[in-house]
Write a protein that binds this ligand. Structure first.
Ligand SMILES: [Zn+2]
Length: 361
């Protein structure tokens, strides 16, 4: 018995050390691009050297757009997850690998924004940071699970919600956002907890998205059947969350009909739906919401996996966007402006600025 306990302790210690080494390695591979490059904090020539640290926090602080590579017409990864659990699979990420994803994104300068914020072009990040959106399909049990601990309900620290909340506690500046694309009858399993879970998610600022009432294949269904699938999901969600607006749809199986008008908007037996954003299954980052190529009715996602990625998984794109930083959305730190390099100003759709001013450099 004693030997078994000692071995268990030993192996968990080894696990901890392995995690620390991984984190250190990641830090070396992905530099902290959110923080300002050393040179940019120096006062311009001829200015007083006496301004010290306060200058860094001044609201009118000069942003070195070139040094940060600011580009708010750049691409944004919308990550697609399904199950969080074991074993690791194409559609299943282990809790430790999900933690590794968050750590890697954080260290590489990514910060969470919600799907609705992406649709609204509401991207409020520090200069030098890049937005990333998390999406979870199918309402799998490992996304949100309650454990019974001495008669008390606690969130499983190994489910997606538990992991996200713990990570956010340790890294408040990472943000806390994700959209759960659920279908019914019992999203996340544990039928008796559906009400509690949906209420909790919305209270914490997470979002609920449409994934059809029963995961129907929208390409194969008649328009009438499709309207039913889309509207019943909204109706049931609003029964749990009165007044809640479901604003986006993740296409089940990634399938869509050629004619999209009734998928984007419609109603069935008195329940209306409007999908302002429609998410595909693969396989590349989405255009900036300010880009001429932004098409909210067909937003590509990146599969957060390391298996069979065919060069299109999360780590493939992290590498590609690191090596081609001009492709990546990099914030200027000012939500009221959309800043892009002069050469890319043609990529901005001014009708999408929504009151923001365009700044070229
Ligand atoms: Zn699905």
């Amino acid at each position: 018995m004693k030997l078994a306990t000692a071995l268990r302790r030993h192996s968990s210690r080894i696990k901890q050390i392995a995690l620390m080494v991984t984190a250190l390695l990641l830090l070396m591979i992905f530099p902290l691009s959110c923080s300002k490059p050393e040179g940019s904090a120096e006062p311009p020539a001829g200015e007083d050297e006496n301004r010290g640290g306060e200058q860094l926090d001044a609201p009118d602080e000069e942003i070195d757009y070139h040094a940060l590579g600011v580009n708010e017409a750049g691409e944004i990864m919308i990550l697609m997850y399904h199950e969080i659990g074991a074993p690791e699979d194409i559609w299943c990420r282990t809790p430790d690998n999900f933690r590794k994803d968050l750590e890697t994104l954080y260290e590489a300068g990514y910060r969470l924004i919600s799907m609705n914020d992406l649709l609204d072009g509401k991207i409020d990040l520090p200069a030098g940071c890049s937005p990333v959106v998390l999406t979870f399909d199918d309402g799998r049990g490992g996304q949100f699970r309650y454990l019974d601990e001495d008669g008390k309900q606690v969130i499983d620290p190994d489910c997606a919600v538990g992991i996200l909340e713990d990570f956010h506690k340790a890294h408040p500046d990472f943000g806390l956002a994700a959209t759960f694309y659920i279908f019914y009858e019992a999203p996340f399993g544990q039928a008796k907890h559906v009400q509690q879970k949906l209420s909790y998610l919305v209270e914490q600022g997470f979002e609920i998205g449409n994934h059809c009432y029963s995961h129907g294949n929208l390409r194969r269904l008649s328009p009438e059947q499709a309207r039913r699938e889309l509207a019943l999901q909204v109706k049931r969600t609003q029964e749990y969350l009165p007044g809640y607006t479901v604003r986006s749809l993740a296409l089940p199986f990634g399938e869509r009909p050629a004619e999209m008008s009734y998928i984007i908007e419609g109603s069935y037996e008195g329940t209306a739906y409007r999908n302002e954003g429609i998410l595909l299954v693969g396989a590349n980052p989405a255009p900036s919401p300010f880009s001429t190529t932004f098409n909210p009715a067909a937003l590509p996602r990146v599969r957060a996996s390391e298996m069979d990625t065919a060069g299109m998984g999360l780590y493939d794109w992290l590498e590609r966007l690191r090596d081609n930083p001009e492709r990546r959305y990099i914030s200027d730190g000012d939500p009221a402006t959309v800043a892009v390099p002069e050469a890319l100003s043609g990529q901005v759709d001014e009708s999408r600025l929504n009151g923001k001013s365009l700044l070229t450099y």
